[in-house]
Ligand binder design. Structure first.
Ligand SMILES: [Zn+2]
Length: 289
């Protein structure tokens, strides 16, 4: 699933391509894809795109009549330029056609059918679709992060992916941030030390920023397998880290370990994050679920 950096870079690409062009037509191809009835999504026809913004993992196509189309790609959704504009596009959900003849097509691969569009009037940030989202992960000060984590006696890995607590992080960023910060994925979020909180906050900024920089070099949202990572998707590989065992000059000699769940995997370096302890999840088993 695209996470905040992929969506951010994509919003910037879309702004570059679309700002100032008028919406000529909004074609709903799969009716289940439009999640709102009022205002009608084609109410933006004839209006110019102001910009394409982002909130958490949502794209916000903002028109100059005050309407916005909020788009969530979920797991398999893609929103790309559509030069062919074929009548029955494969996996098509909706198409935006602009007055310069260009078009963008929302598709969703797979059978989940979760990607969607919400049309709103007024400030999109107060739209129902975005209500309940926590603050943007990379905008938090250290103290705000501490305040957000304190009430949650839960594993930090799960909490970081909970969009109502902090918005924008998914599995990959969470794995990479916790590795960077040398914090166990199973650490209790409410019991982090001052030192750990400081490291977590610094790593959050560092990892998110470098992911955004990488995404900005691409023409489109890439596959998660192609994103640079230190531990994510590197099960059993030698750890890339320097200083995992304490000496900053030394390459780590450990391998990347995992905890497997039915729908995702936690990746970590035991030497760096758990004092060498191998994590096993006793609360759930992939064989039972
Ligand atoms: Zn390591």
């Amino acid at each position: 699933m695209p996470e905040m950096p992929e969506v951010q870079a994509h919003a910037e690409r879309m702004t570059q391509a679309l700002a100032g062009t008028s919406l000529a037509k909004f074609q709903l191809i799969n009716f289940a894809g439009l999640k709102t009835f009022d205002p009608p999504a084609d109410g933006a026809v004839g209006s110019k795109v102001v910009d394409v913004g982002r909130r958490a993992k949502y794209l916000l196509i903002n028109f100059d009549n005050g309407q916005s189309h909020i788009v969530h790609l979920m797991q398999g959704g893609r929103l790309r330029p559509d030069p062919k504009q074929s009548k029955k596009p494969r996996n098509g959900i909706a198409r935006w056609v602009f007055d310069d003849g260009s078009a963008w097509l929302l598709t969703e691969a797979g059978t989940e059918r979760k990607a969607g569009i919400w049309a709103t009037d007024g400030d999109p940030l107060s739209a129902v679709a975005l209500a309940g989202l926590g603050p943007e992960a990379d905008q938090l000060t250290r103290d705000e992060l501490a305040e957000i984590l304190a009430p949650h006696s839960r594993r930090i890995h799960g909490l970081f992916r909970t969009q109502s607590v902090v918005a924008g992080l998914g599995r990959m960023l969470t794995n990479e941030i916790l590795f960077d910060a040398a914090i166990s994925p199973f650490a209790n979020a409410s019991k982090l030390s001052e030192d750990e909180l400081g490291r977590l906050h610094a790593s959050l900024g560092r990892v998110v920023n470098s992911a955004i920089e990488h995404e900005r070099t691409l023409d489109h949202i890439g596959k998660s397998a192609d994103r640079p990572s230190k531990v994510h998707n590197r099960s059993g590989e030698p750890c890339f880290g320097k200083g995992c065992a304490g000496d900053k000059r030394k390459r780590c000699t450990d391998t990347v370990h995992t905890v497997e769940y039915r729908k995702y995997t936690v990746f970590y370096c035991p030497t760096r994050q758990t004092s060498g302890k191998i994590l096993a999840d006793n609360t759930t088993s992939k064989f039972l679920k």
